[in-house]
Design a protein around this ligand. Structure first.
Ligand code: FAD
Length: 355
């Protein structure tokens, strides 16, 4: 089990104002201290961190649970489109947003949330609004007036023979994490999105050559990344195989080749040393669905412009929701709206006492 870091909450006083963002002594987790929170944020990516920062500013009793702190942004080595930062790594961006949140009295725990239940309050004096019971993998239970899902996604798999067998033995999903294992090797990458192109560019730093295998007519990254890919094609570091699918991954102890559904240079079997899969993500919305939150046909949580779901008191933001363009900045914007909505919801419920 992962080692958890826990630090006591710090009371903010005039002498103890927020410290600069580069203060190495600032805790990056805090343990839970309240019997009932205003908001429980599920997800430790940039979107969850941004939500925690806003909730802290609203002086909401805030707790964030994150399974893998930092989230998916830490798998990219270059972010150039987050306003205010011309260029930084995904890890640096996640660290900055997290540090910013920890300037406020928010609590963060590195824990997987296993269950969220809804309970009506049964004492006569309390408000109409229900309470949400959040249970973590280690058995901790906390109560919250509102919940924000910022659970993001997991990697989509190809679903072909050999994928499971050669997982981490030549089949990989994170170019930045695992690309360096393949110095001077032939690397395949399946996918055509912007993040797939960025992954291919990362892999050119290590591999002898990177083959992008894409099922459509043409890969579709952002123009700036397309230009970079084209430059690498000129340099002989990238080659694109369009209109082609990988049918099977073959090897002995490690990956040796893939079978393509149409011949490339006259052959269906294509020799390579590694295959990176960058074909998208699956939203982590199961907990929300179990609670009664509506999702679309892709299992993405449906939100409105205030980041509210169909359930009062439940909000969602970031890669797990049904917005089309998924970026750090769009998710952060949704998170801000969600926290504001939660804040106003709590205020309204506080005035609606049971009759
Ligand atoms: C290779 C790549 C490059 C990218 N480049 C850029 C870029 O340059 N610019 C840009 O703006 N965007 C980029 N993106 C997109 C960007 O990373 C995402 O849109 C953004 O990080 C999503 O953040 P999130 O917090 O919604 O989700 P995530 O980052 O996925 O975080 C979700 C968090 O929730 C946690 N979690 C899930 N379930 C639970 C649970 N039950 N209990 C507790 N915790 C849970 C996860 O462990 C994780 O910590 C890129 C994406 C990829 C893959």
């Amino acid at each position: 089990m992962r080692q958890k870091t826990k630090t006591k909450s710090v009371k903010k006083t005039a002498q103890n104002e927020p410290k600069p963002a580069n203060d190495a002594k600032r805790p990056n987790t805090r343990t839970s201290t309240h019997s009932e929170y205003d908001i429980a944020i599920i997800g430790g990516g940039v979107v969850g961190f941004a939500a925690a920062m806003y909730a802290g500013r609203f002086r909401m009793k805030t707790i964030l649970f994150g399974d893998k702190m930092g989230g998916v942004i830490i798998t990219t080595d270059v972010v150039e489109n987050y306003p205010g930062f011309k260029r930084l790594t995904g890890q640096e961006l996640a660290d900055k947003v997290r540090e910013h949140a920890m300037d406020y009295e928010v609590e963060m725990e590195e824990e997987l949330v296993k269950d969220i239940g809804k309970q009506e309050r049964n004492d006569a004096k309390s408000v109409n609004a229900p309470v949400f019971k959040v249970t973590t993998e280690s058995g901790k239970v906390i109560n919250a007036k509102t919940v924000l899902f910022a659970t993001g996604t997991k990697w989509k798999k190809l679903g072909v023979p050999g994928e499971e067998q050669f997982a981490n033995k030549g089949v990989h999903y994170c170019a930045l994490c695992d690309g360096s294992f393949f110095k001077n090797k032939i690397i395949g990458l399946v996918g055509g999105s912007d993040s797939a192109a960025k992954d291919a560019l990362v892999l050119t730093q290590y591999g002898k050559k990177v083959y992008i295998i894409y099922r459509g007519d043409q890969i579709h990254p952002e123009p700036v990344n397309m230009e970079r890919v084209q430059q690498k094609i000129k340099e002989g570091k990238i080659e694109i195989i369009n209109n082609t699918n990988v049918k099977e991954i073959k090897g002995d102890k490690f990956v040796k080749s893939v079978l393509l559904d149409k011949p490339y240079k006259g052959k269906n079997e294509f020799p390579l040393d590694a295959l990176f899969v960058a074909i998208g993500h699956i939203p982590l919305s199961d907990l929300a669905v179990k609670l009664g939150v509506k999702v679309d046909n892709k299992n993405e949580i449906i939100i409105d412009r205030t980041s509210s779901t169909n359930m009062p008191g439940i909000y969602a933001a970031g890669d797990v929701v049904d917005t089309k363009f998924k970026q750090a900045i769009t998710g952060v914007g949704e998170a801000v709206s969600a926290v504001y909505s939660a804040y106003t919801y709590i205020g309204e419920q506080g005035t609606k006492k049971k009759k």
